[in-house]
Design a binder for this molecule. Structure first.
Ligand SMILES: Cc1cc2nc3c(=O)[nH]c(=O)nc-3n(C[C@H](O)[C@H](O)[C@H](O)COP(=O)(O)O)c2cc1C
Length: 409
């Protein structure tokens, strides 16, 4: 078992477009780094005419990408990886051209393609001549972007690079920095001082020294819940099976491999936490691990599987039990199985989701949940797992509070 305290810096991806204000974005990189962010920079071809990639490389400490089709970069961090890497994207300066392209879903260069591929919040800080800014077509495009969830950091009024006076000057780097830093802070720390235990990901059950049995869980849902808990101010312990995800900044991460290791880690930690959310896909059965690799000698091979310990039910039976939230992933009879599990395992709440083709759930970026508790239920429709985690977290907290108030009466 490996225990790690995770402090990963906020990842900000800065996209620089072609305009005089591009020089101000050098200052923005410095501001963001001073605030503890890790910054990567991408530039449009026009932006490179105004300021060199070398400036941003030196300030950010990372190579700057300027091309969509870059064979060397595609091996290391291609545009999709970079989109996934970012917690926030800021386009500064955002040219009238990129605003128009994004509003209409164009993807003909690195910046526009990456923004289309991104699922994180995207901020735009426009900078342009006042006539360009006031043109109905630009204003329409801005409105479209707002509707699509982009956040506008409005330009300011003042003397513009072209000598005219009016609206169109890019917001100050320090103001843009403040918006980005604020956006990463918890909106309302309703879980402040609370201790949240989350188990996530799959387990691996070894058959012999080279083979194991596992499942399709990616850990994304559990990790998104951990992030939502941290954003709401909680102290989060994340017990994770083997996944290829970065743990959220601030979480205490405990890495395990087998169902038995996960059981031991969760049961040990549970009494020190007020809420336990079991989002891991724990193997129901395991093998007696063979000391040597099985050879291909017999035509058929029979293996005996042994039932693993039930983590949720065991935590729910602890004398000092936390509020216990289980997950149910089902291919059929979802509601019936979920309700049986809620009652049978004495859980406080259960979040059920369909698994299987085109239904979200395992390995997918999206999911939908049907949540049940003793006196109620709620349906959370299909959405990305980060947003779903935030909604689930508030629902869990509401139920937890109700139960606590009832107990105190
Ligand atoms: C000297 C100069 C300054 C420019 N300044 C701006 C500007 O501030 N805002 C803008 O939207 N376009 C400006 N442009 C036009 C853009 O550079 C042009 O539309 C370009 O195609 C933008 O490409 P990009 O969006 O891929 O960066 C300027 C052009 C020149 C030659």
């Amino acid at each position: 078992m490996i225990v790690l305290r995770i402090f990963i810096k906020k990842h900000i991806l800065l996209a620089v477009c072609g305009g005089i204000a591009a020089y101000k974005s050098a200052e923005l990189v410095r501001c963001l780094i001073k605030e503890g962010c890790e910054v990567r920079v991408i530039m449009t071809a026009s932006a490179c005419e105004f300021i060199t990639p070398l400036t941003f490389q030196a300030l950010s400490g990372h190579p700057v990408q300027t091309q969509l089709l870059d064979t060397e970069q595609e091996n290391a961090m291609g545009h999709i990886n970079l989109a996934r890497w970012a917690d926030n994207i800021i386009i500064a300066p955002a040219s009238a051209n990129i605003i128009a392209k994004l509003a209409h879903g164009l993807a003909d260069d690195l910046v526009s393609t990456l923004c289309l591929a991104a699922e994180c919040p995207v901020y735009i800080a426009p900078a342009m001549n006042q006539a360009m800014w006031h043109k109905p077509v630009t204003q329409n495009n801005i409105n479209i972007l707002r509707l699509h969830g982009f956040t506008l950091i409005s330009p300011q009024e003042g003397t513009l690079a072209c000598g005219e006076v009016g609206w169109g000057r890019m917001s100050d780097p320090s103001s843009i920095c403040k918006v980005l830093i604020k956006s990463s802070a918890p909106s309302e720390p309703y879980l402040k001082d609370m201790h949240l235990l989350i188990s996530a990901g799959p387990t691996r059950e070894a058959l012999d020294p080279v083979r194991y049995m596992t499942n399709r869980s990616s850990g994304k849902m559990g990790y998104a819940i951990a992030q939502a808990g941290i954003d709401a101010g909680a102290n989060v312990t994340l017990i994770s099976g083997p996944v290829s995800l970065s743990a959220p900044t601030g979480a205490t991460l405990i890495m395990v491999e087998t169902a038995e290791e996960m059981f031991q880690a969760v049961v040990l930690a549970a009494k020190n936490h007020q809420i336990y959310i079991g989002a891991a896909a724990v193997a129901d059965y395991t093998f007696d691990e063979l000391p040597q690799k099985i050879k291909k000698q017999q035509p058929n091979l029979q293996l005996t599987l042994y039932k693993t310990k039930d983590i949720l039910a065991s935590v729910a039976l602890l004398p000092q039990r936390p509020f216990v939230v289980g997950f149910a992933a089902e291919t059929h009879d979802l509601v019936r199985y979920a309700q049986e599990k809620l009652i049978g395992k004495k859980l406080d709440m259960i979040a059920a989701n369909w698994v299987g083709k085109a239904r979200g759930g395992f390995e997918d970026e999206q999911n939908a949940l049907q949540v049940f508790w003793e006196k109620g239920s709620s349906e959370l429709p299909m959405m990305n797992k980060k947003d779903l985690a935030v909604k689930l977290m508030t629902l869990i907290f509401e139920c937890y509070q109700k139960k606590r108030l009832l107990r105190e009466k």
